[in-house]
Design a protein. Structure first.
Length: 172
């Protein structure tokens, strides 16, 4: 086994996942909880983006983010049942991380805007917040499905890897 996911990345990942779910499901029900979860998501997105530049090897965006053509080629390889194996994020996983972080930024900023005097009750701000928040949840489902598919295809427990930080060195 080899260390891949460092502690800060794993902690950020799991707290972010919990905060996103809390924010989404507390909306229009528990306003204070929704706000606290939203601010938590906002802070975690900032920390994750920073860690993507200064973190350890597999946490850094420069080691995983690929151009769209590479992501599309990788998705084709998955469809053919031959995705290859990556110790860090595969091209689709890296693309998903970037899109989710961007959408979470849009969702949290538009959510914050709604409680300001200037943007309170402004329709387009509410729409941006609703659409981006719903898009986040759709992508979370796609992310989970992608993890399950890769677990099956590669015969490796990627969820355990995100808990322990360790992955097999080579495919077996």
């Amino acid at each position: 086994m080899v260390d891949v996911w460092d502690v800060p990345l794993r902690v950020l990942h799991w707290i972010l996942a919990a905060a996103v779910l809390i924010a989404y499901f507390s909306a229009n029900v528990f306003d204070t909880l929704h706000e606290i979860a939203g601010y938590t998501v906002m802070a975690l997105v900032v920390l994750r983006v920073a860690w993507g530049f200064v973190g350890t090897r597999y946490s850094q965006f420069r080691n995983s983010v690929r151009p769209p053509r590479v992501v599309l080629r990788f998705l084709g390889q998955i469809a053919r049942g031959e995705p290859g194996r990556y110790l860090g994020l595969n091209p689709a996983g890296a693309a998903m991380a970037i899109v989710l972080l961007a959408l979470l930024a849009v969702s949290t900023i538009s959510g914050w805007m709604q409680i300001t005097e200037r943007f309170f009750g402004v329709d387009w701000v509410e729409m941006v917040h609703t659409v981006s928040s719903n898009a986040v949840m759709i992508l979370v489902a796609v992310h989970i499905l992608g993890v399950v598919v890769m677990c099956v295809m590669q015969k490796e427990n990627l969820i355990r890897a995100m808990l322990t930080g360790k992955k097999r060195q080579r495919a077996e």
